[in-house]
Write a new protein. Structure first.
Length: 254
């Protein structure tokens, strides 16, 4: 079979080589491989904000002010440039980071004075990239990465990573059970927030001094639950709407 002057086997060979070509070809100094995980706009935005793509003997990494990431993506821009967590008080606290992504929030919290971070990330690819980013930033001794989801009960869940992937989920109540005071909990788990909080009672949440939660949808059930746990709760207006679903932040303090 011939397609546009090329034999089918030649086309298949080219398709198989695309991932390797992307590692060699650059867009404004950045590897095209990064465009698989974020848009051209994100790359251009990162460059405009002062991030630079550095090539070393092993490949590329992104760097700004001593902070480094294997790949650029929208999460890094949101956390470090939009400063979504600037009002989350982590200083001298143990942070439970639920939905840790590629480690961007864990690294940000350490820079803001967190004592240590327990970072939960269910998606295998993101988890592996988080491990690489922690090594790149010499943060392995202060971040405990866990490849699991957090939920209201112990079970297996199907999550989009981006394909449907079966992952282990641990109950938030058990995570908090053996922790002492001065704990801060960050949650960005794409809609699992209320289910994770549902099993908590005042006793199991007594170690937590602050929750900072990105809500997806109606924030009122989360607000009511946190108030029932004894927190003073502030709900912020959505900062974006995706497919008709409002996304914003909730801050809850003692």
């Amino acid at each position: 079979m011939v397609w546009c002057g090329l034999r089918k086997r030649d086309v298949l060979k080219f398709v198989c080589l695309v991932p390797y070509i992307c590692k060699l070809v650059t867009f404004r100094g950045a590897p095209l491989e990064d465009l698989k995980s974020c848009s051209v706009v994100t790359v251009e935005q990162a460059i405009a904000l002062g991030w630079r793509c550095v090539r070393n003997g092993l490949g590329y990494y992104w760097e700004k002010s001593g902070v480094r990431f294997i790949h650029m993506n929208g999460w890094v821009v949101e956390v470090f440039e939009f400063q979504h967590y600037r009002d989350f008080d982590v200083k001298n606290r143990l942070v439970v980071d639920i939905g840790a992504g590629v480690g961007e929030t864990a690294i940000y919290f350490l820079l803001r004075g967190a004592r240590k971070v327990i970072a939960f990330e269910p998606c295998p690819n993101s988890y592996r990239e988080m491990l690489a980013n922690l090594r790149l930033n010499k943060a392995e001794d202060r971040v405990l990465p866990i490849n699991a989801a957090v939920w209201g009960s112990a079970q297996e869940l199907l999550v989009l990573c981006p394909r449907r992937t079966r992952v282990v989920a641990v109950p938030l109540k058990i995570v908090l059970k053996h922790l002492k005071r001065r704990v801060a909990v960050k949650m960005d788990c794409e809609g699992c927030e209320y289910e994770s909080l549902k099993s908590l009672d005042r006793e199991s949440a007594r170690c937590v001094e602050e929750f900072f939660i990105e809500y997806h949808g109606d924030p009122e059930p989360i607000r009511a639950k946190l108030e029932d746990l004894g927190f003073v709760v502030g709900v912020r207006r959505p900062w974006k709407i995706v497919n008709g679903i409002p996304i914003g932040f909730i801050k809850a303090i003692r």
